[in-house]
Ligand binder design. Structure first.
Ligand SMILES: *[C@@H]1O[C@H](CO)[C@@H](O)[C@H](O)[C@H]1NC(C)=O
Ligand SMILES: *[C@@H]1O[C@H](CO)[C@@H](O)[C@H](O)[C@H]1NC(C)=O
Ligand SMILES: *[C@@H]1O[C@H](CO)[C@@H](O)[C@H](O)[C@H]1NC(C)=O
Ligand SMILES: *[C@@H]1O[C@H](CO)[C@@H](O)[C@H](O)[C@H]1NC(C)=O
Ligand SMILES: *[C@@H]1O[C@H](CO)[C@@H](O)[C@H](O)[C@H]1NC(C)=O
Ligand SMILES: *[C@@H]1O[C@H](CO)[C@@H](O)[C@H](O)[C@H]1NC(C)=O
Ligand SMILES: *[C@@H]1O[C@H](CO)[C@@H](O)[C@H](O)[C@H]1NC(C)=O
Ligand SMILES: *[C@@H]1O[C@H](CO)[C@@H](O)[C@H](O)[C@H]1NC(C)=O
Length: 333
């Protein structure tokens, strides 16, 4: 008989001894069943009556799981002291209990890094110096299924200062909106910048990075239909790069990426309306000649005005202007 086996037998005998000499009491489960997913954690809880007149009530606990028609020790405590080495190795380092809560009549088992094989019936025996009893609860651990998240467009191109709508779609079949987590970010270097965050169906703008504050709007109606639509406004050149949206529901996780390319705004002169474009090159040449002639004319007029300033009348100015204009046309012809 190995020392571990001996210990288990001793502990059980001790527990039996404690419980057999006292009256039975009712141990209750706070939930008759628990559902969880792989890699998550869960807290199982039992309650039992305490004796308020004895301050140092020594409680002994033995919790087993019955799975695949076998029984495994999940947790043991004798006289309020944990007995970790009797625990089955499959639970090693994954079970935590609160011994202080025992004094309040609460048995709390916190199971972490859940596996599908943790599923089963959890039976806990409680023994105190004023009574004993047991209760059972069921735990179901379901595997995480990959959640399909898709981009409706894999790359987007937009101009600086414009607005763009990025869109993702996910398949939330069989999951409540209240369990939906969405995390969208710009995979910028050196750090990821959060642009949109939903936790348990509620938008959390406080997690959005400062450089996106006031620039991102989401379509919450679309979100309920499985579409993430983000309107990103006042685009900056450094918004360029990969953008990721990750979705987590009760039972799955997935993400998709899209590329955003923000190009510099094309400078458009605003001081003067652009001349209407000419359809053919012949017309354009004619226009250029006309424009040059007009400019030369204006310069000449100014020159003549300056030269004749003070000793000429308006008639001579008009003549000079006509003459100069005619000469210019001869040169061009
Ligand atoms: C756990 O899942 C089962 C089956 O889907 C359901 O009937 C039960 O109500 C769930 N329990 C809890 C506590 O959510
Ligand atoms: C669970 O966690 C482990 C380690 O963190 C990881 O390797 C594994 O892929 C996870 N499994 C699932 C289904 O998420
Ligand atoms: C256990 O449940 C029974 C019946 O619901 C109740 O009378 C009793 O007070 C409960 N005990 C504890 C310790 O919660
Ligand atoms: C509490 O403990 C005292 C002393 O051991 C005992 O006399 C009393 O009957 C106990 N009360 C209950 C409710 O068990
Ligand atoms: C969503 O997932 C379910 C179950 O995996 C599948 O039956 C259904 O066809 C999927 N719907 C879409 C739109 O992909
Ligand atoms: C992006 O550019 C804006 C100015 O256009 C600047 O304020 C901001 O800090 C830049 N963000 C990053 C992450 O470089
Ligand atoms: C962004 O778009 C411009 C203009 O079409 C292109 O020249 C450039 O290569 C693109 N950059 C990336 C990173 O795709
Ligand atoms: C973008 O908008 C800001 C503020 O409206 C303006 O100051 C800036 O000149 C604009 N940039 C370009 C390239 O148009």
């Amino acid at each position: 008989m190995t020392s571990q086996r001996k210990h288990i037998v001793c502990s059980l005998l001790l527990l039996l001894f404690i419980t057999s000499h006292v009256t039975a009491f009712e141990v209750n489960v706070t939930q008759s069943d628990y559902n969880a997913t792989v890699n998550h954690s869960i807290t199982l809880e039992w309650t039992f009556p305490t004796n308020t007149s004895t301050s140092h009530d020594k409680t002994s606990i033995a919790c087993d799981v019955i799975a695949e028609q076998k029984s495994y020790i999940v947790y043991q405590a004798v006289g309020g002291v944990e007995v970790p080495h009797t625990q089955d190795e499959r639970f090693s380092g994954r079970v935590q209990s609160d011994t202080d809560a025992l004094r309040e009549g609460r048995l709390i088992l916190h199971l972490s890094r859940l596996r599908t094989e943790d599923s089963g019936l959890y039976v806990c025996d409680v023994g105190t110096n004023h009574g004993g009893g047991s209760a059972v609860t069921q735990l179901n651990v379901t595997p995480i299924t990959p959640l399909t998240v898709k981009v409706t467009q894999s790359s987007y191109q937009a101009e600086e200062n414009h607005t763009i709508t990025l869109e993702w779609a996910y398949n939330s079949t069989g999951s409540a909106f209240e369990e939906l987590d969405v995390h969208c970010s710009h995979l910028a270097k050196p750090k990821e910048l959060v642009l949109y965050q939903v936790y348990k169906g509620v938008e959390r703008p406080e997690f959005v990075d400062g450089c996106f504050s006031g620039r991102v709007q989401s379509d919450t109606d679309a979100l309920r239909e499985g579409r993430i639509r983000l309107h990103l406004s006042r685009l900056r050149k450094n918004d360029s790069g990969q953008h990721k949206c990750a979705v987590r529901t009760c039972c799955g996780y997935g993400f998709a990426l899209c590329d955003l390319n923000i190009t510099a705004a094309v400078h458009r002169p605003t001081e003067r309306p652009t001349p209407s474009p000419q359809p053919d090159t012949g017309g354009r040449t004619g226009l250029s000649i006309g424009l040059i002639a007009a400019v030369v004319l204006v310069l000449c007029v100014i020159f003549v005005i300056v030269r004749m300033k003070g000793h000429s009348d308006s008639q001579s100015v008009c003549n000079s202007r006509t003459r100069l204009f005619q000469r210019e046309l001869q040169v061009r012809a």
